[in-house]
Design a protein around this ligand. Structure first.
Ligand code: TA6
Length: 290
């Protein structure tokens, strides 16, 4: 169902018929809300979020494309989250097992003539956001090079999980992996093997991560599962107090109620030759945990 949002930009509301719902904005193709069938919001949105282009809403799942971070020629995290996507009424068929979502929407982003001045590559980014009968949220991305020459990109689904208390959260699945520490000029480290807990700012990219990562929110008694394909890296970010204060669209204490754990492809950017297509799949689910 398409609804008009306060910023005048359409949003698509997905409902799985059993009470779970999700809301996707055509601004950035950004998931802004994902609720359980018992009505609980699972994604964090800052109380100071700016719902107005060209700023990406601080929360939900902004898509960082065609660049993650600020090392390239584009603005931080690329432009995809600052563009208006369109609903694609006749997408090329996805394999049947990929459209098991009871409710889904197909979105499309293509560069305008103006965009090509900043990133001179013709691409088609097709995004299917689906909510299945169990309330799992799946984002399937297909990026095709419709250009005459190869191009490379990095990508991250910057997922702001809503949690109760960052000091009561741990991540499992990233133990012993190598990671690049964005706080130390992306220097490469090896995780020491115990589960990841949080006492200060964290900004790391775990590389070659397993396809399943679990985020235990002890206080809220729930566990998020992130299942991914084609996304070998995992970004883990919490700004903590100092960085939070420096962000205009982030409340000073809100770092305690969020954690970004992003399926991503960053360390080894993806290169597409003309006509080639990359597919990435991210499924997030939540179970009450004891
Ligand atoms: O690693 C995550 C990160 O790159 C952090 O450095 C921080 O900048 C975060 O993304 C949020 O970025 P944004 O541009 O949305 O403020």
């Amino acid at each position: 169902e398409v609804v008009k949002a306060s910023d005048g930009i359409d949003q698509v509301v997905l409902q799985n018929g059993r009470g779970a719902s999700a809301r996707v904005s055509l601004h950035g193709g950004q998931v802004l809300s994902w609720k359980t069938h018992w009505g609980e919001e699972l994604l964090f949105t800052s109380s100071k979020a700016i719902f107005k282009p060209p700023v990406a809403v601080r929360g939900g799942i902004p898509i960082c494309f065609p660049q993650f971070g600020s090392h390239g020629t584009l603005e931080q995290h690329g432009f995809a989250s600052n563009k208006i996507w369109i609903i694609d009424d006749n997408p090329p068929l996805l394999p049947p097992n990929d459209s098991n979502g009871k409710a889904y929407v197909d979105l499309l982003l293509k560069p305008t003539e103006n965009d090509l001045k900043f990133w001179p590559h013709s691409f088609e980014f097709r995004l299917r956001v689906s909510l299945n009968v169990d309330g799992h949220l799946t984002l399937i991305s297909r990026i095709r090079n419709v250009d005459g020459k190869p191009f490379s990109f990095s990508i991250a689904f910057h997922t702001y999980f809503s949690i109760s208390d960052i000091s009561e959260v741990r991540i499992e699945g990233l133990e012993t992996l190598h990671y690049l520490d964005n706080l130390l000029q992306k220097e490469r480290f090896t995780d020491q093997g115990n589960t990841l807990t949080f006492e200060s700012e964290v900004d790391q990219v775990y590389v070659n991560s397993p396809d399943i990562v679990a985020v235990f929110d002890h206080e809220n008694k729930r566990t998020f599962f992130i299942k991914k394909q084609g996304l070998p890296d995992v970004v883990v970010w919490n700004p903590w107090d100092k960085k939070a204060k420096a962000l205009v669209d982030f409340g000073d204490d809100e770092y305690k109620q969020m954690l970004c754990v992003d399926g991503a492809a960053i360390e080894k950017p993806i290169t597409l030759r003309p006509g080639e297509e990359w597919t990435g799949r991210l499924e997030i689910s939540v179970i009450p945990s004891t």
